[in-house]
Design a protein around this ligand. Structure first.
Ligand SMILES: [Fe+2]
Length: 351
C-alpha cells in the first residue's frame, strides 16, 4: 500500500490516515497542536536568576547546527548570541531547580499535552545583543526512543521527523522559554501556532518574567532582531566570552581574545532560559515507550519500506550516513516545511 506524502503543517499532527494499522493498534500518541500557553510572573524573585547568571558565567557563542558546521576559531563569524547549559544529563548547576522543577511550568505542560508524566531534561541559557537580523526560523531538534544526538547525526533525526514515519518512537517534548527582561529595541519571539502556512504570531513588549510553554519541536519559532542596532550586527570569534565586568561596574562585558568588544548592563541583553521536558501520557505509557527503541537498522528498514512504496530507487545505506550527497538525497524525499513570513536570518538561507 502506498502512503501519501505527509503534508508538513509544522504542528506535527498525528495523521492517523497515514499511519500503518500496526501503529494504530499499539500507539497512544499525544496529540499536540494547541497554541503555546503564556505564563506571567513566573519567577517570584528575579534577582535569584541574576545571581545564577553571574555564578555560571562566562557564556560562549552559539555553535552547532544553526551555523552549518562553521567553527573557525580565529574568524569573527559569530553574532553575539551567547549560551550555556545549566542542566543536562551530566550537569545541574546549583540553584537551577528554580527553573527545573518549576511547578507552574510543569502544570502548564501537563495541561498543554493532557499528560500525567513530565520528566524535566535540560535547561539552557541564551544571552544576546546587537544582532540586527533574526535568528533562523526553525523547529527544535527531535529525539526518538533509541535515537538521539548521542548516536545519530542531526540531519538523520530531522529527516526522520519530517518523514512522519517514526511518530511511534518520537519523544514528545515540552519547551518553556522564559524571558528576563524587555529591551529598548527588539528581542521579540515570532512563532507559528497555526502552522507554517499561516501568519506568524509575536510575543514582544511585555516579555519580562513571562514563559511561553508548548511544542517547539512541532511549532516553528524565530528570535527577532535584538538591539542595540546602531553598529549593525557585531561579530566575534568562537573564543569570545560574555561575563560580568571585573572593574566594579554593573556592566556585562564581551571579551574576544583579550580585547573588550562590547559592554552594557545585563538588562540591555536579551536573556532567555529554555527548559525542556519529556512528556508521557501516563506512567504505563512511559514504560511501554521506553522499552520500544529504534536501532539504526530499524531506521533503514522503515525508510526502505517507504521508499519502495513511493517507487523510488533510493535505499537507506547505513554506511553512507556521513556522505553529504546521500544526506541530500534523503532530505529531498522528506523535505522540511518552511514557514511563511519568516524574518531574514543572520544565517542567511542556510536554515
Ligand atoms: Fe528553538
Amino acid at each position: 500500500m502506498s502512503r501519501p506524502t505527509p503534508i508538513p503543517t509544522g504542528i506535527r499532527p498525528i495523521n492517523w490516515s497515514t499511519l500503518p494499522l500496526e501503529h494504530m493498534l499499539h500507539v497512544d500518541m499525544i496529540h499536540y497542536s494547541d497554541p503555546p500557553t503564556l505564563l506571567r510572573n513566573v519567577i517570584p524573585n528575579v534577582d535569584e536568576v541574576v545571581r545564577l547568571l553571574e555564578r555560571n558565567a562566562p557564556y560562549t557563542p552559539l555553535g552547532g547546527w544553526f551555523r552549518g558546521g562553521l567553527d573557525e576559531d580565529d574568524e569573527a563569524t559569530n553574532a553575539m548570541w551567547f549560551q550555556n547549559d545549566w542542566v543536562h544529563a551530566d550537569l545541574a548547576v546549583e540553584g537551577s531547580d528554580l527553573f527545573f522543577w518549576h511547578e507552574g511550568v510543569i502544570e502548564a505542560s501537563k495541561k498543554f499535552y493532557d499528560a500525567e508524566v513530565i520528566v524535566p531534561q535540560s535547561i539552557y541559557v541564551n544571552l544576546m545583543a546587537a544582532i540586527d537580523r533574526a535568528g533562523p526560523a526553525h523547529t527544535d531538534n527531535p529525539r526518538f526512543q533509541g535515537r538521539d544526538r548521542s548516536n545519530s547525526p542531526m540531519w538523520l533525526l530531522r529527516s526522520m521527523l519530517w518523514s512522519g514515519l517514526f511518530d511511534r518512537w518520537s519523544i514528545v517534548q515540552s519547551t518553556s522559554i522564559w524571558w528576563m527582561n524587555d529591551l529598548d529595541e527588539g528581542g521579540a519571539i515570532y512563532y507559528w501556532p497555526d502552522g507554517p502556512n499561516k501568519p506568524r504570531h509575536e510575543h514582544h513588549g511585555d516579555m519580562a518574567n513571562t514563559s511561553l510553554i508548548g511544542d517547539n519541536h512541532g511549532m516553528f519559532h524565530q528570535v527577532g532582531p535584538v538591539g542595540p542596532y546602531d553598529n549593525g550586527t557585531l561579530l566575534v570569534t568562537s573564543r569570545a566570552e560574555l561575563a560580568p565586568a571585573t572593574d566594579g561596574s554593573a556592566d556585562w562585558v564581551v571579551t574576544d581574545r583579550g580585547e573588550e568588544r562590547f559592554r552594557a548592563p545585563l538588562s540591555k541583553y536579551r536573556v532567555s532560559v529554555l527548559w525542556k521536558a519529556d512528556v508521557y501520557k501516563n506512567e504505563e505509557e512511559r514504560k511501554r515507550q521506553m522499552a520500544d527503541t529504534l536501532s539504526l537498522e530499524d531506521v533503514a528498514r522503515i525508510f526502505d519500506e517507504d521508499l519502495a512504496d513511493k517507487g523510488r530507487d533510493l535505499r537507506f545505506e547505513i554506511d553512507r550516513i556521513d556522505d553529504v550527497s546521500f544526506q541530500e538525497e534523503i532530505k529531498a524525499v522528506y523535505p522540511e516545511a518552511r514557514p511563511i513570513g519568516a524574518a531574514p536570518s543572520i544565517y542567511g538561507d542556510a536554515y
